[in-house]
Design a protein around this ligand. Sequence first.
Ligand SMILES: Nc1ncnc2c1ncn2[C@@H]1O[C@H](COP(=O)(O)OP(=O)(O)OP(=O)(O)O)[C@@H](O)[C@H]1O
Length: 541
Amino acid sequence: MSADTLATAQPAVELEGITKRFPGVVANHDIRITVQPGTVHAIVGENGAGKSTLMKILYGMQRPDEGTIKVNGTPVSFRTPSDAIEAGIGMVHQHFMLADNFTVLENIVLGAEPKRFGKLDRAGARERITGLAETHGLRVDPDKLVENLGVGERQRVEILKVLYRGARILILDEPTAVLVPQEVEELFQNLRELKDEGLTVIFISHKLDEVLGIADAITVIRRGTTVASVDPREVTARQLAELMVGSELPTPETRESTVTDTVALTVAGLTMEADGHRRVPKGTSVSQYVDKLRADGVRLLLDDVSFEIRKGEILGIAGVEGNGQSELIEAIMGIRPTHGAVTLNGRDISAWSTLQRRESGIGYIPEDRHRQGLLLEAPLWENRVLGHQTRKLVPGKADKSRGLWVDRKAAKADTERIIRDYDVRTPGVDTLALALSGGNQQKLIVGREMSGEPSFLIAAHPTRGVDVGAQAAIWDHLRNARAAGLAVLLISADLDELIGLSDTIHVIYRGRLVAALDPSDVTPERLGGYMTGAIAGPEEA
Ligand SMILES: Nc1ncnc2c1ncn2[C@@H]1O[C@H](COP(=O)(O)OP(=O)(O)OP(=O)(O)O)[C@@H](O)[C@H]1O
């Protein structure tokens, strides 16, 4: 802890009686939290408990209706994030906000450029960045392009960016959601060094084991209000979860294989060039062509990916983000052209449009719920049907409506069913999607994609951002659907989820499947080894 924080010995942040209302919802009610300087303070709670709202208030993105905020003992009233930054508060968002085609240095100084004679003072900036990186043990190369960085490195750039602006209090929103175990360990080491320097870290997480491993203090929020402040040395993950939920959690069921002999999906030789799709010359087979691409050193985003998924099987794909997972989904959904073939229930669908593929019974939980999953400005019931007009609205009864002729009544009724079955916390079906908390948006999408009896489901990070209770519920839904014959391609950054749900796990590394592993005897550390290339494939289960 630094001399100045010791001298004042004031709490870094005090929130007293914070209340924030939205139409139909009290997001925060009389919240009280005291964060000591030089500590890591975790905020945990169910989806929709009010964590993000509270952090937005502390970062000046939203104004509380009631209550006071003190920073280092001084009452503050932030109108914008700039006010919060001025007071020494920085926020690292879950979705990184870096410009890909700029260097690390440029990204860090963007918006806070040191100028010399009207020009960017690169030397000055470099010196400060290197100094900050060294003091806090944050490994980065200032001259690398951000597009060439891994996820962990990008996160370090984000942290440096807020430190560069003078932050002494850092807010981190689910920082470990996208990291592999080795990266989580490195982040935690960075956080320890930050607090040794007297900085204060406030972080939101749904991963309770991690919270217990790193936090000095934990505040539990339930239904908008603070229900407990606990010492991590005195609780277990289960007790913490029960404090969040307010009741006892069910014990998870044991695994039983439901894999059948019937193949639902086959992908064969999927290959995608990084610099744009080319036509295979006449008289050349795809495999000859791909061999030539390799020989010519063309970078491949997907490199000869083949597998099959049978009815009743969940096939998991492990990989650090950016190793071809998105491209694999795009290839299967027909969003982006590829070489190779996709066969669904015995029919070659390689030449089909995305819409045709969806209509033929593919469910798709997308990676990015904002860009691909929801119309934020539309009410929940419209989100149930838009783009899914051909899905059955009432179980067992096909909905023949198309385009404009949406059966509103059926849509609303089915949305109500999803809200019930998936415990979506919302005032009702007419609420706009943007008013739902992140985790509740996710539950709605999962519910929608599982409706209408798909035969094959692509589930990309199906429980990202959802709390432990909702996660267990989504896992149950997936297991039940699998038992009823659903074939699932599961892509997840959560290794416990992959290991817990999958019947087989493939690791994807630089566009290639490098290992096929049996989830019943693989550890997260070993998976992490293949994912980062530390252990070389190929290895068969
Ligand atoms: N802009 C908004 N308009 C209306 N309601 C909102 C708005 N933002 C949040 N809410 C509501 O406030 C409540 C708290 O949401 P918040 O996003 O703070 O929860 P959270 O604890 O961060 O959840 P999650 O873990 O799912 O991200 C929710 O019921 C949500 O629907």
